[in-house]
Design a protein around this ligand. Sequence first.
Ligand code: FAD
Length: 507
Amino acid sequence: MPLSKEEKVVIQDRWRSVPISKQDPKERAHNFDEVSLGYTEEQALKESSRCLNCPKPQCVSGCPVGVDIPGFITLIKEKQYNQAAHKVKEKNSLPAICGRVCPQEEQCQKLCTIGKKGESVSIGRLERFVADFERQKGIASPAKPHLNGRKIAIIGAGPAGLTAAADLAKLGYKVTVFEALHKAGGVLVYGIPEFRLPKSIVQAEVDYVTKLGVELRTDALIGRLFTIEELFANGYDAVFIGTGAGLPKFLEIPGENLNGIYSANEFLIRANLMKSYRFPICDTPVKIGKRVVVIGGGNVAMDSARTALRLGAESVTLVYRRSKEEMPAREEEILNAEEEGVVFKCCVAPTRFLGDAQGRVTGMEYELMKLCECDESGRRKPVPIEGSKAVMDVDSVIVAVGRTPNPIIQSTTPGLETTKGGIIVIDPKTGKTSLTGVYAGGDIATGEATVISAMGAGKKAALNIHEFLTQNSAHPCASKNAALSEETPILAKGTNQKRLPEKGQRR
Ligand code: FAD
């Protein structure tokens, strides 16, 4: 019997995910309000009904923190939104953040059964829906676990550090997070712009972590204020390093020191953390002029280009040395940038910058590239086309070509094994470094990656710190790490009795 019209609509609906509403591109290109408006209850119910609740859910294995995805989606179907949020939080303490910025299309959603024939279930949008629902209703304070008498120091309040902190607090440890900046959140507050991830959302999830009993010490640069050795000497039983990759890379071409050329890091910190778009109410301006060029093809480049538009640039051109298909940015963000008016110039590489007598950038010389065989990254290698050089006029340039780890901890921690590039070497199964009792994870141990991979690393390290401390009732640094060589110095309790100042005390 042929299907009725209604039956056909139901079947078609099953293969298509419910689209999300967004601010109009013409309007949003001039404001810092959130672009994506999130699902309404009706949309969330419709999207949740597409989940097949597979007996062996592949999506869960694609989630680096192992959220029970069918479990929380089933609770949405039953309209138990708060319970759905709690289900997510069993594994993920930052769901409103992940629901907004995680590359789900490359992770959980990539493995969704329904995605094999049609569009995957929009797991990220549903995660955001339940997290926002819970926050709007007022997040109940989580129960504080009984303390087990042991102390952990976490260095860095990015997604890796916050996740490790939350998981260890839930296990009964007294956790202190030391953060170099005046705000917790890492890239979530200083890098990703307000229009993609509002700061109030990050703050609400940081608050949830502190409600678990985690102490947060901001303006505390470890390696300068105190070394890791001093943390142990002050009674911490283990240390987790989650200091990210906050040092910008440059192009290393002539003229790069001219005024008007920013690293994406500086540009985004000024715009986001220091809120330059509210200048003079906020006192850190950023001067960009009319014609802005952004160099790079990742999320950082998209964020910089879209921020420049919002700061009043008349034209923003994104220059990338490979083709659009090779851009590492999320597809959704590439589309958003295009809709807002960012112009893409692909297969183009800058060769030098030109300036005026005052030392301000006025032009960028570039050459066209052709793509040859794949390089070690698996992407086609760009090669210059001879005789293709040209110059374009610019008022500002934002360089977004990658980030490396900040070296402070590595250079002040004897025996901490690192790669040439300053990445801390860990056992990927446990997060253990070359020093007993010292663990690391996130961008500092992998190079720049994603929010959820940093969270997964924080989670793994937390579990292994717990196992390690459960097996070693004595102070961990009193015993030598079997993996260490003879000459590796051991941090021993009591080697340095410099006491940490109390919170708020100046040093
Ligand atoms: P970070 O987030 O870098 O946090 C490290 C923290 O440690 C920082 O707060 C830093 O101040 C602190 N710190 C550093 N040194 C010290 C010290 N010595 N003492 C004390 N504290 C210290 N990923 C996605 O999944 N989706 C996206 O859409 C996305 N967009 C991005 C956009 C931008 C602009 C950038 C820069 C990155 C983006 N990423 C995105 C990548 C993602 O944000 C990172 O992979 C992730 O934040 C890494 O987490 P982390 O905890 O390892 O480090």
